[in-house]
Design a protein around this ligand. Sequence first.
Ligand code: S3P
Length: 170
Amino acid sequence: MEIILLGYMGSGKSTIARQLSQKLNLEMIDLDDYIATKEQNTISSIFKNKGEIYFRKLEIKALNEILTTKKNYVLALGGGTPCYANNMEAISTHGISIYLKGSIQTLRDRLILEKEHRPLIKDLEDHQLIEFIAKHLFERNPFYEKATHTIKIDEKDSQAIIDEITSNML
Ligand code: S3P
């Protein structure tokens, strides 16, 4: 079984992927970690030294490598992965995709605590976050909404989200 989690930064993709993979006895793959290991570099440093376009090319390549060579995994994408090249089509043909959908306020409350290692938001002032997330989500939602399933994450803990996924979506 191939399960692919997508959603904005701070929606809990990696946490849910880890716990879900344990529950289902599947491999857990985090796309950012996969890229960082291959490049022997951090995502922040790739963004800083090579730029976002370079990162997106690595991301497209890594995604397609995983989708075409691996089986039986829970894959946590990066927040932007579904929105570039034909990534969303590739995702849809290779697995069950699940959009972890958070409200702007929930995402803001989570991201304000952990901006530092996220290159796209680390230089924003706290008061700029809401507007940034609102605009960014507006652009990205059409891609996210193509997922096989959508699950609302506001006010739910990871156990509740995993229960909802395993009982309704697999
Ligand atoms: C990005 C999200 C990040 C990472 C990179 C770009 C994005 O992943 O891939 O910083 O474009 O939203 P997370 O969603 O895991 O933070």
